[in-house]
Design a protein around this ligand. Structure first.
Ligand SMILES: [Zn+2]
Length: 172
């Protein structure tokens, strides 16, 4: 397949002015934080990204991503395939104050010196969509017990990606 790799860094403001539409992939092997959470790293994330400026002069990135990841089931410890399909709308800002002023419909994406780390941002979106406790559906799993609620809470606290969610909440 000759699918186009999404560039690592871009100028989001120029892309938005030109209303660019990018369709391509990011290799999981280029997403080190995500890769560490997976059983295998031979898959890709397919993305469809539209840049633009809305009627409030907000530079936005509206995206769609799709991937199938191999995770390890926390009940039977066997691999299982987890599909993620996600839509996101990001408001591109230069400062935290601008991030706070964004309307609710946008998650903030901070540009550094006019550049956006595009692959990293897609990696963040995938990580946010990972299950807190990866496990097979009850009818597919080798082990037929469910984790207690206490264990689930514990996992939630220990989730290393939680910091990402709190970053996203900063503007509230
Ligand atoms: Zn299982």
């Amino acid at each position: 397949m000759s699918e186009k790799l999404i560039p690592e860094h871009i100028d989001p403001f120029r892309f938005a002015e030109q209303q660019l539409h990018l369709i391509g992939i990011v290799n999981i092997s280029d997403m080190k934080r995500l890769e560490a959470a997976l059983q295998s790293s031979d898959s890709v994330v397919a993305v469809d990204l539209k840049f633009g400026v809305d009627e409030q002069s907000i530079t936005f990135l509206k995206g769609h991503l799709k991937t199938k990841l191999t995770l390890q089931c926390q009940r039977c410890l066997e691999p299982f395939v987890y599909e993620i399909i996600s839509n996101f709308a990001l408001g591109i800002v230069n400062t935290l104050d601008e991030a706070k002023a964004l309307p609710e419909l946008y998650e903030p994406a901070l540009a550094k010196e006019g550049k956006l780390a595009l692959r990293e941002l897609i990696e963040d979106e995938v990580i946010l969509n990972l299950p807190i406790i990866p496990k097979h559906g009850a009818d597919e799993c080798e082990v037929n017990i469910s984790l207690s609620e206490a264990e689930e809470k514990q996992e939630k606290r220990d989730n290393p990606f939680k910091v990402l969610e709190s970053l996203k909440d900063k503007r509230k």
